[in-house]
Design a protein around this ligand. Structure first.
Ligand SMILES: NC(=O)C1=CN([C@@H]2O[C@H](COP(=O)(O)OP(=O)(O)OC[C@H]3O[C@@H](n4cnc5c(N)ncnc54)[C@H](O)[C@@H]3O)[C@@H](O)[C@H]2O)[C@@H](O)CC1
Ligand SMILES: [K+]
Length: 479
């Protein structure tokens, strides 16, 4: 598991640790870890050109001390001070003592074998200021290593509201920051290395499951299991206009761990032709027969409201997607109030904007994509449901405030019907007994892996390719 903490939590933990350590010890731990990572990125340290972009805070201090360590190993280290009068004095003295020097030549950026971005860390707010902004667009020769956070990325949210420095590697201290795990910020962070500095931190508000965590969640049938004991997932999807969505949701559900899939809707014939193992029901969710979870909405068309209401009236978990979300946004969160079982909503950015409008928060898909944590948390809180917000990093938020992010995806997943496969998959995992948080985050992880598997080194994929790749994706976790 990767854990990420907010800036105020880091500051509190840092203050407690600093009080117990000799002055400057913590910064030396950070600088030592940073210098070690940089050394590993250079073919050889001796003779390499290292440039520090140093801001006015301790982030600049970390970078200057790390550059001093590299200078002691023979690197030509230079520092470009963005606010010379306020530069970190001790760090600068250490750099000079090690043979490094200050430069005011911005061209050094393009010549450096490695750039250390020590402009701002967790003290940063908003985009790069004018003195640093030009570096965001400048050509670089060697890797840019962000110190703690890529400057210009909001550490708590991952929001990027103007120029920011794109890093190849980010070395963060003590814990991850949410902005390193959530897009758009995650896209600026590159590969993230964590340097442990001994912080005693509270429970993490944001976490990211790793392969082993997902493997531990996935259901394994016991010797006594049969199709009913493994869980039956109901799929109410598709319409005469959109039969394909039903096929795709069922394809995902069949590969999600449930023992059987029960389908109800207008595409029964097509579903059975393509997936003969599906149980078909003529009645809607209210009378379709026993299931342990319902998936409702993909390609639902005009029938979506009816199917949603019937599914919500059952006593099992309900996953609402696509047209069911549009209906929910129109009808409002009261529709979910008092349900005896949890609800999982799986919007993309546009549907999330609709759900937000349904609670009086008028916004658009672009804003949701730029403020993913905010949007997912707000929908979860206002609808009292778990939310899986699809997109470049998938954010899963539950109404109690836990957030999980998933970054296994690839841009190739942005293909028609991909979300239908995901909702079937997540619903199937719900039917096996996983909580909505676990089902949603495991499904997002598997779906991302399947997309990568299907796309291989890089090629367009179809939603059915993703469904087909779910089995090797699952095997890659459990094998
Ligand atoms: N104090 C310590 O012993 C340790 C410090 N660490 C480092 O200290 C950092 C936090 O240091 P600070 O609290 O001094 O804060 P920062 O160094 O992150 O930034 C503070 C300074 O940047 C300016 N600033 C804010 N937003 C800006 C923007 N958008 N563009 C340009 N300048 C901006 C502020 O005016 C302020 O002067 C961490 O991120 C980490 O790198 C720790 O990680 C390790 C231990
Ligand atoms: K930085």
């Amino acid at each position: 598991m990767r854990y990420a903490h907010h800036v105020d939590q880091v500051r509190t933990a840092e203050a407690a640790l600093m009080a117990a350590l000799p002055e400057g010890a913590l910064m030396q731990r950070a600088a030592a870890g940073l210098a070690a990572t940089c050394a590993g990125l250079l073919p050889r340290v001796y003779g390499s050109r290292v440039l520090v972009l140093a801001g006015s805070g301790d982030n600049g201090g970390d970078a200057l001390y790390a550059a001093a360590r590299l200078a002691r190993r023979g690197a030509h280290a230079e520092a470009l001070l963005l606010d010379p009068a306020k530069a970190h004095a001790e760090g600068l003295a250490a750099l000079r003592a090690a043979g490094g020097r200050v430069t005011d030549d911005a061209g050094a950026f393009g010549r450096a074998d490695l750039v250390l971005d020590g402009i701002v860390g967790i003290g940063g707010r908003g985009p790069l200021r004018p003195a640093a902004a030009p570096f965001a667009a400048m050509a670089r020769r060697g890797p840019v290593v962000a110190v703690d956070v890529p400057s210009g990325v909001d550490p708590d949210t991952g929001e990027v509201t103007g120029p920011a420095l794109r890093a190849d590697v980010t070395v963060c201290f003590g814990t991850h920051k949410p902005g390193l795990l959530v897009d758009p910020g995650a896209g600026y962070a590159g590969v993230v290395h964590l340097v442990k500095i001994g912080l005693d931190l509270p429970p993490a508000p944001v976490e990211a499951l790793q392969g082993a965590d997902v493997a531990a969640l996935l259901p394994v049938p016991g010797t006594e299991s049969d199709k009913y004991r493994r869980g039956v997932v109901g799929v109410a999807a598709g319409s005469t206009r959109y039969p394909g969505a039903a096929l795709l949701a069922v394809a995902g559900a069949l590969r999600g761990g449930a023992g059987a899939v029960r389908y109800t809707g207008h595409a029964a014939e097509e579903v059975v032709r393509r997936h003969p193992e599906t149980l078909i029901s003529d009645a809607g969710p209210a009378r379709a027969g026993r299931v342990q979870a319902w998936v409702v909405g993909p390609g639902g068309g005009d029938g979506a409201e009816h199917a949603l209401r019937e599914a919500l009236d059952t006593e099992v978990p309900v996953l609402a997607d696509a047209d069911a979300l549009t209906e929910l946004a129109r009808l409002g969160p009261d529709l979910l109030a008092g349900r005896p079982a949890p609800t999982l909503l799986t919007p993309h950015a546009g549907e999330a904007a609709r759900l937000l409008a349904g609670v009086g928060e008028h916004t658009d898909a672009e804003t949701v994509a730029a403020r993913r944590l905010w949007a997912a948390r707000l929908i979860a809180a206002r609808y009292g449901a778990t939310v899986l917000l699809k997109g470049s990093t998938t954010v899963v938020a539950d109404p109690e405030g836990t957030v999980r992010v998933n970054a296994t995806g690839t841009g190739w997943l942005g293909t028609a019907g991909s979300g239908d496969v995901l909702s079937g998959l997540a619903g199937s995992l719900l039917a096996t007994g996983l909580t909505p948080l676990d089902a949603a985050s495991a499904a997002a992880h598997l779906h991302g892996l399947a997309g990568r598997h299907a796309a291989g080194p890089g090629a367009p994929i179809t939603a059915l390719d993703i469904a087909d790749a779910l089995r090797p994706a699952w095997q890659s976790l459990t094998g």
